[in-house]
Each structure stands twice: as structure tokens, then as C-alpha cells.
Design a protein around this ligand. Structure first.
Ligand SMILES: [Zn+2]
Length: 252
């Protein structure tokens, strides 16, 4: 930050205080000047913090959309590799990994390396010996494959569930949808409840936590309607993710 005329003025006032206090010997004036200096300093500290914060926010806005980008990499290609390998060892993930996901439908495919054509519609399949409908899609992938945000939103809950294992609940910006990711091996180190994610942002890795078969790691991905006034645990109707991910009607 450049120090302009005002800044120099503040420094001048500060350096003048001892002289003023000793020569005038007027405690009231001394206190007034001291208070003025303190307030002026506070103003510059606040301005500096605001400018810094604005810079970070602008950086994040710049990476919006399905753009291959990694905060630690100057170009998209190395950013993609960083994302696939989990970033440089030991590097503190201070900004999100954002990859370019496959997107042919309304939602991006939330697992790296999975083509839309390879997805199987498992929404209507039975689960728990037919006691309930699956109401989700299982995206088969290798253990450790990066899981990406299929759609933007806010991370409302990171929850360890008996059946779902490591799960993530992400609320759409209009709060009318909840995206649910389950059986993750682990979360991205930068992932936090309350944070906003963009399409393609790395959320974690595919695994088999919860009741998934260790021999068939996959991402269980569900979409629910939701009442905007309700919390993450109040889900409405399940929506079949298959047409949203593939742009095709669900097979009969
Ligand atoms: Zn499933």
C-alpha cells in the first residue's frame, strides 16, 4: 500500500507528540492528540485489512466457473495435476483446488476421470433388501479419485454417518436443493463447514466408508429438494441425479 499525503501526516503527528506534551504541559491537549493518532492508525490498519481481503475475494471470483485452475499453480495444466495428486506435499491449502469437471448436463460429474456415458442410473434400485429405494446414483471409481463439487453452494455439514461414512451436505445458493456426497475416503484439507464452493472445487476423495463394499469404492451422490428455511438434515424429495449429470433422460 502506498503511503500518501495523509499517511505522512499521521506519522508527523505521531512523532510530534512528545514535544507538544512537554512544551505545552496541557494533559487535555496531549490526550486529544494521542486519541487522534490512535484513531488515525486504526483507520489505516482497517483500510489495509479491507484491501487485503478484497484482493483474496477477487482472486476467488476470478476462478469462478468450470475453469481449470489451482491457486498454487500459474497455469491450468499444472493446476489440474496438482488437483489429481492432492497438491504439493506439505503445502498448506489456503485456497481451493478448482478443476475443470466434465459437464454435459445441469450438474458437473463429481468424480475426476468418470465420463457421462459410463454412468448407470441406480436411482430406482432397491436397497436394504428392498426395504427402500436407493434415491441416488452410485458413481463407481477408484479409491482416492478426486471428488469435485457438481454444483456451487455452501457446505452446510460434514458428517460421519453410519451408512454414508464421510459425508458432505452442500446447499444450493437459492437454498432449494441439497447435494449429498457419501462414502468419501477423506475430505479435502481445505474443506470447512460454512464455506462456499464452486463447480469443480475439490471436496475430497472417493472411498468406501460407511456401508459401502470395500471392493467397490464409489461416490454415492444424491440431490434433494429442500425448504430454504430448514437445516441440512431436513431433506425433501429425492431428485434423480442421472438426467442432471448426463443431460439424458433416465433409461426406462
Ligand atoms: Zn449409493
Amino acid at each position: 500500500m502506498d503511503c500518501t499525503g495523509d499517511c505522512t501526516g499521521a506519522a508527523g503527528e505521531h512523532s510530534g507528540i512528545p514535544g507538544v506534551t512537554m512544551q505545552v504541559g496541557w494533559p487535555g491537549l496531549s490526550r486529544a492528540i494521542t486519541l487522534s493518532v490512535v484513531l488515525t492508525s486504526a483507520f489505516w490498519v482497517a483500510l489495509g485489512a479491507w484491501l487485503f481481503h478484497g484482493h483474496i475475494a477477487a482472486d476467488h471470483r476470478g476462478s469462478a466457473g468450470a475453469v481449470t485452475r489451482d491457486a498454487g499453480a500459474p497455469d491450468g495444466r499444472s493446476g489440474l495435476l496438482d488437483g489429481l495428486t492432492g497438491g504439493a506435499p506439505g503445502a498448506a491449502p489456503t485456497r481451493p483446488h478448482v478443476l475443470a469437471p466434465v459437464q454435459v448436463g445441469r450438474l458437473a460429474i463429481p468424480v475426476v476421470g468418470v465420463a457421462a456415458a459410463s454412468l448407470t442410473d441406480t436411482f430406482s434400485q432397491g436397497r436394504a433388501q428392498g426395504a427402500r429405494q436407493h434415491d441416488a446414483i452410485d458413481i463407481m471409481a477408484g479409491e482416492g479419485a478426486p471428488v469435485l463439487a457438481a454444483s456451487p453452494g455452501r457446505v452446510e455439514k460434514l458428517f460421519l454417518s453410519h451408512d454414508g461414512g464421510n459425508t458432505i451436505y452442500i446447499r444450493s445458493p437459492d437454498r432449494r436443493l441439497i447435494y449429498y456426497y457419501a462414502h468419501l475416503a477423506g475430505y479435502d484439507p481445505a474443506l470447512r463447514e460454512g464455506m462456499t464452493v464452486q463447480v469443480g472445487q475439490r471436496l475430497g476423495t472417493v472411498g468406501h466408508t460407511g456401508n459401502a463394499d470395500p471392493a467397490a469404492p464409489h461416490l454415492h451422490f444424491a440431490v434433494w429438494s429442500a425448504d430454504p428455511s430448514q437445516g441440512w438434515s431436513q431433506q425433501g424429495t429425492a431428485i434423480n441425479p442421472y438426467p442432471l449429470l448426463t443431460g439424458r433422460a433416465a433409461p426406462k
